[in-house]
Design a protein around this ligand. Structure first.
Ligand code: PHE
Length: 325
């Protein structure tokens, strides 16, 4: 016997148990499809006696109305649930990626770490300098090639203001303000009229160090540089100091390290020239000091075997992701 109440009970039960959109669709077809139980029931109403027809007809139509809506609602509910599963805003950030330090930032960080532990304080300095700080106070003579237009970026129409060509002017600015003992480091951009090719850049980064006190000697310079190189490149590295010339240091040296079978120059250094000390009002008869300067792109290029300086400024993630930190 066709019993709409029994059918409704079964329908309700099946719907309550259904947990996927596919199951619900099956139920819809089973009851409300072309050959569905409710559909067929409605079609065969005419075979019933009038009274029965009225009662069963009303019941089946009520079921149809209620459950077709219920089926839609359930479908929506399941869709929402599965969306919430995919976008669980409370779960840990598994879509985020760890950040990387730029290789230059990493070298800078290591330099600050190594020299801070030796008691060096890091100071700032301007990128736009005067001729006095960049050249004159550093005993760089008027005929020195660094002063030429083709080596230095001057501010238009002026020969006394320029983009600094090295970080050494920070030596002067520091010693003007600070009395010995002076033990400072500075890292910043410098600018030279150079082509932008694999080994040159019109702007690069230098690290400058300065130590002035009573009785500072060349062996302090050597010990400090050796310590730094071994910290950065490893204990077994071979290092050599060769005589060199800078107008603001006397004696001067350039330092090489042996890396992958080759001697690579990595920095310039020397004992602060007595004239430079006099220029900032420090008595060279009482005090002495050493200074050094290096390009940190070059340090990174040697350490990581980077062949082209332009990679540092190209923001190529494939390149940048290869470094520690
Ligand atoms: N300023 C020099 C340069 O740019 C490096 C240097 C710094 C040399 C300090 C000696 C002492 O080449």
């Amino acid at each position: 016997m066709y019993d709409p109440d029994k059918i409704e009970k079964k329908l309700e039960e099946e719907l309550r148990r259904a947990s996927s959109a596919e199951e619900i669709e099956k139920i819809r077809v089973k009851y409300f499809g072309k050959k569905g139980l409710i559909t067929l029931g409605l079609k065969s109403l005419k075979e019933l006696p009038l009274e029965e027809r009225k009662r069963v007809g009303a019941k089946l139509n009520a079921i149809k109305k209620q459950y077709e809506q219920e089926i839609l609602r359930k479908k929506e509910e399941i869709k929402a649930k599965s969306l919430n599963k995919r976008w669980d805003y409370t779960s840990p950030g598994r879509f985020t990626q760890r950040g990387y330090l730029h290789p230059l930032s990493y070298i800078e960080y290591r330099i600050r770490e190594i020299f801070s532990s030796l008691g060096f304080k890091f100071v700032d300095g301007p990128y736009i300098e005067t001729d006095y700080y960049n050249f004159e106070a550093l005993n760089i003579p008027p005929h020195h090639p660094a002063r030429e237009m083709h080596d230095t970026f001057y501010i238009e129409g002026r020969r006394d203001i320029l983009l600094r060509t090295h970080t050494s002017p920070v030596q002067i600015r520091t010693m003007e303000k600070m009395k010995p003992p002076v033990r400072v480091g500075h890292i910043g951009r410098v600018f030279r009229v150079d082509p932008f090719d694999a080994s040159h850049a019109p702007a690069f980064t230098q690290f400058e160090g300065l130590y002035v006190d009573k009785g500072v000697s060349f062996k302090d310079l050597k010990g400090t540089i050796m310590h730094f190189i071994k910290e950065l490149f490893g204990k077994d590295i071979a290092v050599k100091f060769l005589p060199s010339y800078f107008p603001f240091t006397e004696p001067s040296a350039e330092v090489y390290l042996r890396w992958k079978g080759e001697w690579m120059e990595i920095l310039g250094c020397g004992m602060v020239h007595p004239k430079v000390l006099k220029n900032v009002g420090i008595d060279p008869e009482i005090y002495s000091g050493f200074a050094f300067g290096m390009g940190i792109e070059r340090i990174a290029m040697i350490k990581y075997g980077i062949k082209d300086i332009r990679l540092f400024s190209e923001n190529n993630l494939k390149f940048l992701k290869q470094f520690p930190g």
